[in-house]
Design a protein around this ligand. Structure first.
Ligand SMILES: Nc1ncnc2c1ncn2[C@@H]1O[C@H](COP(=O)(O)OP(=O)(O)OP(=O)(O)O)[C@@H](O)[C@H]1O
Ligand SMILES: [Mg+2]
Length: 328
């Protein structure tokens, strides 16, 4: 497997060998396009255009000691192929320019320098109703457009689902998992320990984990949180469907709602977003609520921490709420 790096000369020969550069096209510069943990991602500017190259490797880019499914970028490419004929989805995502299956490299067009919506976790930052409805419309369109009724192709993405399963449903509940939560926020560990002792809660988590691993009928983005929403000069774009699979809407929407809550967005707005989704899609509210709880727990006491700014009291309140939802 060729391991890409940001050396312009080496990138040049790789791209030329793949026939991905036009004749006479030269690379002017390369840069990191934004924050990312999982993959090797670069923006390449040439004298003609600018594009993004993304390589997935058998480890997590930011934490090389952590193994990850090598071919995950191919699943992302499959997602783009599936939405190819749905114009309102396609126009909100990058276009696939090239794919090197052998080396798990994908080329896509550059949506332009912009930031993702992770700034929402900052104090006093709020998403507008219009922007949130755009984000919700995209996911509702996806859930309505690509289903086992509309396509015979199926993305299983088993290995990524297993990786996620570990992090969402197992890791946070282990007594010893190597995370010292008091390093993140003093006082958090004690609250986490209470959750870890709740046998009824853990039983429910086990059930929901099994459900996550079951195949469903609709194509999910799989990681629908502010980090996958890009704010660009041509509007909101959606990126990074590497965790996509055919599953249940309740998981997807549960994750989204959980993040809006952790980003301390107004309850009324969150409710509106949920109702907006339900205007065109069906949703089992009780099940969705449970996945909200699951995502909140795993982000507050698990390994994949967010740049949260909510304080200890708010985090404890969210954890207690989640616990209540899971055991009631
Ligand atoms: N097509 C694109 N156009 C413009 N910017 C992009 C594009 N794709 C990715 N980016 C930028 O690069 C960042 C990292 O990309 P991406 O999220 O796909 O990588 P990742 O390694 O899968 O990240 P994560 O660890 O968050 O899953 C994005 O947050 C975004 O800022
Ligand atoms: Mg990613």
């Amino acid at each position: 497997m060729i391991k890409l790096n940001s050396n312009i000369k080496e990138l040049n020969s790789y791209l030329q060998a793949k026939n991905w550069l036009n004749s006479g096209e030269t690379i002017l510069s390369v840069e990191k396009p934004g924050e990312g943990n999982m993959n090797f991602t670069l923006r390449i500017r040439t004298d003609k255009r600018s594009f993004i190259i993304k390589q997935s490797r058998d480890y997590v880019e930011k934490y090389p000691q952590v193994a990850a499914p090598t071919e995950r970028v191919l699943r992302e490419a499959e997602f783009y192929a599936l939405i190819e004929n749905v114009s309102n989805l396609k126009q909100m995502m990058p276009k696939l320019i090239g794919l090197d299956q052998e080396n798990s490299v994908m080329l896509m067009d550059d949506l332009g320098p912009g930031s993702d919506y992770s700034f929402l976790y900052k104090k006093g930052e709020f998403i507008s109703e219009e922007a949130l409805f755009t984000v919700i419309d995209f996911i509702a369109n996806l859930h309505n457009s690509i289903t086992t009724d509309t396509t015979t192709k199926k993305i299983v993405n088993q290995k990524m689902r297993e990786l996620n399963h570990e992090h969402i449903f197992k890791y946070p509940y282990l007594k010893e998992n190597g995370i010292n939560l008091n390093d993140i926020l003093p006082g958090l560990q004690a609250q986490a320990n209470l959750l870890k002792q709740d046998e009824k809660l853990k039983e429910e988590v086990l059930k929901l984990g099994k459900l996550y691993l079951e195949d469903g009928n609709i194509l999910l983005h799989g990681d629908y949180f502010p980090g996958s929403w890009l704010k660009t000069t041509s509007g909101i774009k959606i990126i990074d469907p590497e965790f996509c699979f055919f599953g249940f809407a309740e998981f997807e929407i549960g994750v989204t709602i959980a993040h809006l809550k952790m980003a301390d967005q107004p309850e009324k707005l969150i409710e509106k977003a949920l109702n907006h989704y339900k205007k065109s899609c069906s949703l089992d509210d009780r099940l969705c609520e449970k996945f909200v709880a699951i995502e909140i727990i795993r982000r507050i006491i698990g390994l994949a921490q967010l740049p949260l700014q909510i304080g200890l009291q708010k985090r404890i309140m969210l954890l207690k709420e989640a616990q209540h939802v899971l055991i009631k």
